[in-house]
Design a protein around this ligand. Structure first.
Ligand SMILES: NC(=O)C1=CN([C@@H]2O[C@H](COP(=O)(O)OP(=O)(O)OC[C@H]3O[C@@H](n4cnc5c(N)ncnc54)[C@H](O)[C@@H]3O)[C@@H](O)[C@H]2O)C=CC1
Ligand SMILES: O=C(O)CCC(=O)C(=O)O
Length: 428
C-alpha cells in the first residue's frame, strides 16, 4: 500500500551535507596525534572500493523505475567488511562513503574482526508498497552480489530498512549462490538465523553507554530529563528502556515533527501509536519542529535519526549537559568545538551506537557455528563489550587530552593501520 498521506515535509533542521569531509578532517587530526605518516591518512580517507548501481524495479503501476544504489567498502585489512544498508530519499554517495569509514572505526573501537562498509539506495520507502520494496531489495542484491558475501562484506539494517528487507535480501543471495548462507546478512528474522537481541541491540548499547556516563557525572537516571530525536528502531526502544528505568523522556522527534512535555511524555502510548516508520508526531496538534526540540533544555540529548542536525547554526543554543550520539554523525565538527567550549560532553557515535554491529557480529558467529545463544548470553556479552569499549575510549581521551570523539577515532584507527602495515599495504 502506498503511504502518500505521510509526505515528507522539507526538513526543518537542514543537515550539513558534508559527512565525508567531517570524517576526513577528524581522521586527519587523529592520525596526526598518533604520529602516523601521511600515507595512513591518505589510505583511510576514502573507501578501498565503491560501487554505484542502477536498479530497475517494476512498480505496481506496471512502469519501471530506476533506483540509484551504492555500496562502499572502506577497508578490509582486519577482516570482511560490515555495515548496514540505508533506504532514504536524501542518501548520497559521499554520505555512504563516510558511513563506511565510520563503520571501520566502530569495528576498531569495539575490537570486532571486521572492516567497515555501508550501502544505500535513494528511495522513499514510505511511498512504496511492500511488493515494490521487495523487488528493490532483491534488485540491490543482484546488483552488488559480486562484491558481498559472508566472508567478504556482510550487510545489515540501517535507516528505513528492517528484518523483512534483510530476509528478502538473504533469499535473493541464497538463490544466486545456490546454497544456504545465513552469514551473508545480519539483522534477519530469528526464524531465518537472526540473533536474539539484535533488534534492540543498538538502543541497549546506547543505554549502557548512557548509564556509564551518568555514573561518571554523578547523575541519577531516575528523573533525568532526556530528549531523543528519532523514534524508529534506535530511538523508540531507547525511549522505552529509559521510561521503564524512571528517566523523564520530555521530548521525542521524528521526520515530521516533535513532541515535548516538560513533565515527561507518555512513552507507552506513543510506542503504541507510532507507525512502522517511527512516526507519531503527526497524530498531535501541538507538535513542534525538530529545530525547537533540539534546543529545549534537558540533561541528556540523544540524536537518533540523521546526520548533521547539531551544527554550527544551533550548537550555541543546545541546552544539555551531555549529548549521546545514537545516530551516525549527528554532530558536525564545528558544532563539537562549540559544545566542547561550553563544557557539554559529547559521547561519539562510533562508540555509543556500536551495540548494533556488536550483536550483528554475534549473529554472524552464531550462523558460522550453527549454534544459537540465549537472549541473556547475547545481552551479557553486549554489555561487556560496550563497557570495555567505553573504558578504552575514556582512558584514551584522558591520555591524549582530547575529547571523546577524537579518542574514539584514535582507538578505531590503530588496528586498521597496524593490519594494513602487517599486510604490506602500508610501509612505515
Ligand atoms: N538500526 C541500527 O541498528 C543502527 C542505526 N544507527 C543509526 O541510528 C539512526 C537511526 O536509525 P534507525 O532507528 O535504525 O532508523 P529507523 O528508520 O528505524 O528510524 C528513523 C527515525 O528517524 C526519523 N527521521 C528520519 N529522517 C528524519 C529527519 N530528517 N529529521 C528528524 N527525524 C528523522 C524517522 O521519522 C524515524 O523516527 C541512523 O543514523 C542510523 O544510521 C546506528 C547504528 C545501528
Ligand atoms: O549491524 C551492522 O552490521 C551494522 C549496523 C550499522 O549500519 C551501523 O552501526 O551504523
Amino acid at each position: 500500500m502506498a503511504i502518500d498521506s505521510l509526505d515528507v515535509k522539507k526538513k526543518e533542521v537542514l543537515p550539513e551535507d558534508n559527512a565525508l569531509i567531517e570524517f576526513q578532517e577528524t581522521l586527519k587530526e587523529a592520525v596526526e596525534i598518533l604520529h602516523y605518516p601521511e600515507q595512513v591518512y591518505e589510505f583511510l580517507r576514502k573507501p578501498m572500493r565503491f560501487l554505484e548501481v542502477s536498479i530497475p524495479v517494476r512498480m505496481d503501476n506496471g512502469q519501471t523505475q530506476i533506483f540509484q544504489g551504492f555500496r562502499a567498502q572502506h577497508n578490509d585489512a582486519t577482516g570482511p567488511t560490515k555495515g548496514g544498508i540505508r533506504f532514504h530519499p536524501d542518501v548520497t554517495a559521499d554520505e555512504v562513503k563516510a558511513l563506511a569509514g565510520w563503520m571501520s572505526l566502530k569495528c576498531g573501537v569495539t575490537d570486532l574482526p571486521y572492516g567497515g562498509a555501508k550501502g544505500g539506495i535513494i528511495c522513499d520507502p514510505r511511498k512504496m508498497s511492500q511488493d515494490e520494496l521487495e523487488r528493490l531489495s532483491r534488485g540491490y542484491v543482484r546488483a552488488v552480489s559480486q562484491l558481498v558475501g559472508p566472508t567478504k562484506d556482510i550487510p545489515a539494517p540501517d535507516m528505513y530498512t528492517n528484518s523483512q528487507i534483510m530476509a528478502w535480501m538473504l533469499d535473493e543471495y541464497d538463490h544466486i549462490r545456490e546454497f544456504d548462507s545465513p552469514g551473508f546478512i545480519t539483522g534477519k528474522p530469528i526464524t531465518l538465523g537472526g540473533s536474539k537481541g539484535r533488534e534492540t541491540a543498538t538502543s541497549k548499547g546506547v543505554l549502557y553507554t548512557l548509564q556509564r556516563v551518568c555514573e561518571l557525572r554523578k547523575l541519577e537516571l531516575k528523573d533525568t530529563r532526556v530528549i531523543i530525536q528519532g523514534f524508529g528502531n534506535v530511538g523508540s526502544y531507547l525511549a522505552k528502556y529509559l521510561y521503564e528505568l524512571g528517566a523523564k523522556v520530555i521530548g521525542i522527534g521524528d521526520v515530521l515533527g516533535a513532541l515535548y512535555d516538560e513533565n515527561g511524555l507518555d512513552i507507552p502510548y506513543l510506542l503504541e501509536n507510532r507507525d512502522s516508520f517511527g512516526i507519531v508526531s503527526n497524530r498531535f496538534d501541538d507538535a513542534i519542529s525538530n529545530q525547537e526540540l533540539l534546543e529545549k533544555e534537558c540533561d541528556i540529548l540523544i540524536p537518533a535519526a540523521i546526520s548533521g542536525v547539531i551544527n554550527q547554526h544551533n550548537a550555541d543554543r543546545i541546552k544539555c549537559q551531555i549529548v549521546i550520539e545514537a545516530a551516525n554523525g549527528p554532530t558536525t565538527k564545528d558544532a563539537l568545538t562549540i559544545l566542547d567550549e561550553r563544557g557539554i560532553l559529547v559521547v561519539p557515535d562510533i562508540l555509543a551506537n556500536s551495540g548494533g554491529v556488536i550483536v550483528s557480529y554475534f549473529e554472524w558467529c552464531q550462523n558460522n557455528q550453527g549454534f544459537y545463544w540465549t537472549e541473556t548470553e547475547v545481552d551479557t556479552r553486549l554489555k561487556e563489550k560496550m563497557n570495555t569499549s567505553f573504558e578504552n575510549v575514556y582512558h584514551t581521551a584522558k591520555k591524549y587530552g582530547v575529547n571523546m570523539k577524537i579518542a574514539a577515532y584514535i582507538e578505531g584507527i590503530q588496528k586498521l593501520a597496524e593490519a594494513s602495515r602487517l599486510r604490506g599495504w602500508l610501509k612505515y
